[in-house]
Write a protein that binds this ligand. Sequence first.
Ligand code: 5GP
Ligand code: MG
Length: 177
Amino acid sequence: MGSEVKLSVLFTRDEIAATVNKLAAEIRQDYLSKNPILIAVLKGSFMFLSDLIRQLDFPLEVEFAQLSSYERGTESSGKIRVVQDVQSNIKGRHVLVIEDIIDTGFTAAFFLDHLRRKNPASLKLCALTDKPSRTQVKVNIDYLGLTIPDKFIVGYGLDWDERFRHLPDIYVVEDKG
Ligand code: 5GP
Ligand code: MG
């Protein structure tokens, strides 16, 4: 593992921006007068969340949660843990979970179950990307941006070992050095 990682562009910043705008329009329609709580799953969703909410011109609140999904490397183990839970009370509130990517589905399924036990008025999922070829647990994605192939992606908040989160486009890691 060195610095010689080969990346190739999968989605440009313009394609991402168009996707975020499309999702924002859908979310606006459904949540305009609901004062929802948007819960971004750290760390990967921070950039998506910040672009998305700037397109939402109605009252809403923002929360963060951090989950551990990968025990080691890039393989999901199915064993998920809440590292940092939501701080505010979501009981009776309209909750929208903001995810960067749905891979096996373990993380999102676990987190939705976790939140459901807190009795929100409604609970939906928005994901920037989905890898349908990797599904192990079926989760319903209410607002989906981009479908991606079975590749490891980085950029636009997504990392590989904490690298590449700051890149404005989304890349496929072609060669892990
Ligand atoms: P799942 O539990 O669905 O297998 O994994 C979900 C989490 O794993 C995502 O929220 C993301 O943090 C991480 N992940 C899955 N696939 C990728 C990928 O291609 N690139 C990066 N950077 N993270 C991924
Ligand atoms: Mg994530």
